[in-house]
Structure formats: C-alpha cells, structure tokens
Design a protein around this ligand. Structure first.
Ligand SMILES: [Zn+2]
Length: 165
C-alpha cells in the first residue's frame, strides 16, 4: 500500500489515453492536458488515499503515516524533477479541493528527461534489487507472489549470498 501510494497521484495522467485517441476527432478529450497534476496531486487525494489504505491495513497508524509520506514524496519528486524540457513548470495545486490558492513550483526544478532523473532511477533500481535479494521479496509481489518468488530465486542463484567467514 505504501508503494502504491507513491505512484497513485499519477492516476490522473491516465487521461492521456482518451486524449491521444480523440486528438484528431471533432470533439477531442483533453483530459491529460486539463487534469494531470491536478486531480491526483493535492492534499484531498492524499487524504483519500490514506483513508483507503487505513481501511485495508493491519497496522493502521504506521500504514497511514507511511502512505501519507509516500504520497508526498511523489509530489516532492514532481516538484523537483518533472519540468518540461523547454523549462516549462507544472504547478501542483496542493490545496485542492479545498482551495486553488497554492500552485506549488520550485525554481530549481529540472526537466523530466534531465540526467538527475536517470541517475536517481538507476540508483534506486540497483538498491531495490540488492534489497530484494537480501530480504527475499521485491516490488513484483504487488502483482504476483509466484512471479516474485521466481525473481528472488533467480536473483539468489545468479548472485548467491556468501556467508561471512
Ligand atoms: Zn506525478
């Protein structure tokens, strides 16, 4: 649930499918243009996500705290490194649906395709693989427990854990 909370704000980007499919029609649906970084990137959606997680969580307080932090880590990452290559900033209307006052941006924001995002992504993928090998589970468990077991088995047979002498 914590991992899902870190990606769930971008559900508002699914409008890109309708937008692309209708872009040459008489009535284009500009859902991605209008709603991405709006519907899911705000405090209201953060609260809704946290409430849903708490409903299904065994450890309610710990899950609520981590889900709320994970959600906000996504927003911080967007503020830091999700700018347009042309320098265009993508404000986050943080207080929605309560207010439209705060349109968060950061003047130091780098572009989505800039090198820091590649370095951060590569570093986190390596860290995720190292942790998966050590702990015996990976993020694949969100999709398939069996697939995750096969992945861990493969990792451990390819890179065996050597006991310290
Ligand atoms: Zn986002």
């Amino acid at each position: 649930m914590v991992t899902w909370a870190g990606v769930v704000p971008d559900l508002d980007g699914l409008g890109i499918i309708a937008e692309r499919l209708t872009q040459n029609s008489a009535h284009p649906l500009n859902w991605w243009t209008y709603y991405h970084h709006v519907l899911g990137h705000n405090i209201g959606f953060a609260f809704a996500t946290t409430v849903v997680a708490v409903i299904f969580a065994s450890w309610k307080f710990k899950t609520a705290l981590l889900v709320f932090c994970s959600f906000h880590l996504h927003l911080i990452a967007d503020l830091a490194g999700a700018g347009g290559p042309d320098g265009d900033q993508w404000p986050i209307p943080y207080l929605l649906p309560f207010s439209n006052q705060w349109q968060l941006t950061w003047s130091g924001q780098w572009a989505l395709n800039a090198w820091p995002n590649f370095v951060i992504t590569a570093t986190l993928i390596v860290a995720a693989i190292v942790l998966a090998r050590r702990r015996g589970f990976s993020l694949l468990e969100m999709f398939s427990r069996k697939g995750d077991l096969i992945f861990i088995e493969t990792l451990r047979s390819r890179f065996p854990i050597v006991p310290v002498a």
